[in-house]
Design a protein around this ligand. Structure first.
Ligand SMILES: [Zn+2]
Length: 290
């Protein structure tokens, strides 16, 4: 009696539980779970912008800019491309503030400023010769730019070119002091021609460095451009990812006087392009991002 009754109990249990334990688990649960996934993928490009001062306006701009610019693409009716931004184009600035997402291609100029609180996270001291008066954070660059200037300086030395760094990173606070001192000395109009108002200096990006040579007593003078060292820089800086940012031919366009000493790191690929095309970086990057 005990044995069959035990079997009956088991049979009854198996009968009621069978739906959970056997092959019926393939049954789909809720097909509606797919729609949140699609929503997430659509918002991903915007949620990356942690550092933006204003995350609202770039979102609007991107969605409106995307459509008319798909000119290089053949008109395939592929639904998967509609949800993904296929063009790497990015805004250069957002309401006059530099787009930090551009990373080493960031554009800072008379019109476009960095956020006052911006300081690169990967600043390191460049292991090169600096003039003695250059101390502390002014010897620092972003990691990639530091490595590049170390290579440049090493090769320059091998080629018999004597160069030293005079100033690299400048914090916002440092710029405030420097600019105020220039204005006091020369007046604002004159100071604007050779110095950047706070937030507008490329040195705050950690991607710019001023260099000079013994032949001009390590001064930041346009005469550097006429020296062997200045000419070597103009001919070779791009091989290391740097450009002579402010050229004599583009003084009007950039609003800056010729600065043969001011090197800006943008990476080798782009530096070679800018060097070959011979155009101001401002124009180059605007065209590149279109
Ligand atoms: Zn400079």
């Amino acid at each position: 009696m005990r044995y069959p009754s035990f079997l009956m109990v088991c049979g009854a249990l198996t009968f009621t539980l069978v739906g959970c334990t056997t092959n019926e688990q393939v049954e789909p649960k809720e097909p509606t779970t797919q729609s949140p996934t699609i929503d997430e993928s659509q918002t991903t490009p915007n949620s990356d912008r942690e550092d933006d001062v204003d995350t609202e306006s770039p979102t609007d701009k991107e969605s409106t800019d995307d459509k008319p610019e798909v000119d290089g693409q053949p008109t395939e009716p592929d639904p998967s491309t509609e949800t993904e931004p296929t063009i790497p184009a990015q805004p250069i600035e957002i309401d006059g503030v530099a787009n930090l997402e551009l990373d080493e291609l960031i554009l800072v100029n008379k019109q476009i400023a960095l956020p006052a609180n911006y300081q690169p996270a990967d600043l390191v001291e460049a292991n090169i010769d600096f003039v003695d008066s250059t101390v502390g954070e002014r010897r620092m660059l972003r990691k990639e730019a530091a490595v590049a200037i170390e290579r440049l300086m090493k090769d320059a030395k091998t080629a018999g070119i004597d160069l030293k760094g005079t100033s690299a990173f400048r914090s916002y606070a440092y710029q405030v002091n420097l600019f105020n001192a220039y204005v006091e000395r020369d007046g604002k109009e004159q100071a604007m021609k050779y110095s950047a108002p706070p937030g507008h200096s490329e040195h705050q990006t950690g991607l710019a460095i001023d260099v000079s040579s013994a032949s001009v007593n390590y001064q930041l003078t346009q005469n550097l451009g006429e020296t062997v060292e200045g000419k070597w820089l103009a001919d070779h800086a791009h091989e290391y990812g740097f450009i002579i940012r402010y050229q004599r031919a583009f003084e009007e366009e950039t609003g800056y006087m010729y600065e043969p000493w001011h090197l800006r790191f943008i990476g080798m690929e782009h530096a070679k392009q800018v060097h070959t095309l011979n155009k101001p970086y401002d124009r180059y990057i605007q065209e590149f991002m279109k």
